[in-house]
Design a protein around this ligand. Structure first.
Ligand code: ADP
Ligand code: MG
Length: 368
């Protein structure tokens, strides 16, 4: 099926902030000084724990909420003062907000009827988007005849039937079961790429974010902690918050031995390891935080001089992998062993040798 793809536009948030008067908490700074650009055609996800300001940021892009400070641009237009219905956006909510007494066709057609579009134009547009979301032929069905996943497709069809300039999603899959969530997220991603519409997607689910996004903006307490691809967030988090929020991680205290153009040598857990870069503004003798993902660590019976001795605290077998906690001095090291290496098992209480990746660790500044 061919799709008319309009020229995608950028979304620019410049220093936007939003505070609320809360009856219990007093003045709440829900969003603080957020600046970011969503490039044309990109799917950018706002990811973060509950209450970090994701929905408020999205609602300011949509025009449901006015920023206390800052500006919102869609394309080259400053839309900060415009209402939601003047911004030409498609919005998909967690609750599908489908009209229960209207057919699927009329649910999708609703907004176009309000705009008093001619019948034949409405028919064409609705049938086209129903086909696009995999609901061709469902027009005469009633909402209660549809599954949760199909209802969410109706909500999606209703958001795109206008040919909006941008698409916004707020936790659209939260009400679906785990299997359907995985299927729907890849459908949303494919549809977004096919339409090429610049999209902002909100979720608290890191796996969902990693699966669908071109880039992810990790939010913490109303601010952006880092904006990057999923790979960069995982391998090169900018700070401890991101390191802990994305995936599982080991964080150790280290001290820099030396820093040069292409490597930083660090003492950590009595070992000397190498990183490709040092964090900004630190030099020889300074304390740093050393991040090592659990799957980068190996456990062996005899390190032959390499590695650090430790004692297995626990082992959890999870099918394709086994997760270990190993006590090394005062610290606990998490190690995940996959495939072959997982079958060489170590029992709790056993002495093991913990081998860290010698020349590719990630260093971060010590948080204040
Ligand atoms: P998220 O979507 O990341 O869970 P929200 O943007 O919904 O977070 O909320 C961020 C913060 O702002 C929370 O502390 C929330 O309680 C507060 N907040 C959001 N909307 C309002 C409102 N209308 N009135 C008062 N406080 C609000
Ligand atoms: Mg929210």
């Amino acid at each position: 099926m061919t799709v008319n793809v309009a020229q995608p536009v950028p979304i620019r948030l410049t220093g936007i902030g939003k505070s609320f008067e809360h009856s219990v908490k007093g003045r709440v700074h829900a969003v603080k000084d957020v600046t970011l650009e969503v490039v044309p055609g990109e799917l950018l996800t706002l990811l973060g724990p509950s209450g970090c300001g994701k929905t408020t940021t999205l609602r300011m892009i949509a025009g449901f909420e006015q920023p206390t400070v800052g500006s919102v641009h869609i394309g080259d237009r400053d839309v900060t003062g415009l209402r939601a219905n003047e911004r030409n956006i498609g919005f998909v909510f967690q609750n599908y907000a489908i009209f229960p007494h209207l057919s699927i066709f009329e649910n999708v057609a609703y907004g176009l009827r309000v705009q008093q579009k001619p019948d034949d134009e409405i028919k064409h547009a609705v049938e086209e988007v129903l086909a696009l979301v995999g609901l061709a032929g469902y027009g005469q069905q009633q909402p209660h005849q549809l599954s949760g996943g199909e209802q969410q497709r109706v909500a999606l069809a209703r958001a795109i039937v206008f040919r909006p300039r941008i698409l916004l999603f707020d936790e659209p899959l939260s009400n679906l079961d785990a299997k359907l969530r995985v299927q729907m997220r890849s459908e949303i991603q494919q549809l977004q790429k096919r339409l090429g519409i610049t999209t902002v997607y909100v979720t608290h689910d890191q796996e969902e974010a990693m699966a669908i996004s071109d880039r992810i903006a990790v939010m913490n307490s109303g601010s952006i902690a880092q904006i990057a691809s999923a790979e960069d967030l995982y391998d090169r988090p900018a700070n401890e918050f991101v390191a802990r929020f994305i995936g599982r991680t080991n964080l150790f205290d280290g001290r820099l031995q030396s820093v040069s153009k292409d490597e930083a040598v660090v003492d950590v857990l009595g070992q000397t390891l190498r990183a490709k870069v040092a964090p900004q503004g630190v030099g020889a003798g300074d304390a740093v935080r050393v991040m090592v993902r659990p799957e980068r660590i190996s456990l062996v019976r005899d390190g032959g001089g390499a590695g650090i001795s430790g004692k297995v605290v626990s082992r959890t077998f999870l099918g394709e992998k086994a997760e270990y906690h190993v006590a090394v001095g005062e610290q606990t090291v998490q190690a995940t062993l996959y495939g072959q290496s997982r079958s060489s098992t170590f029992a709790p209480g056993e002495s093991v040798c913990v081998v860290l990746p010698a020349d590719d660790i990630h260093l971060m500044a010590v948080s204040a």
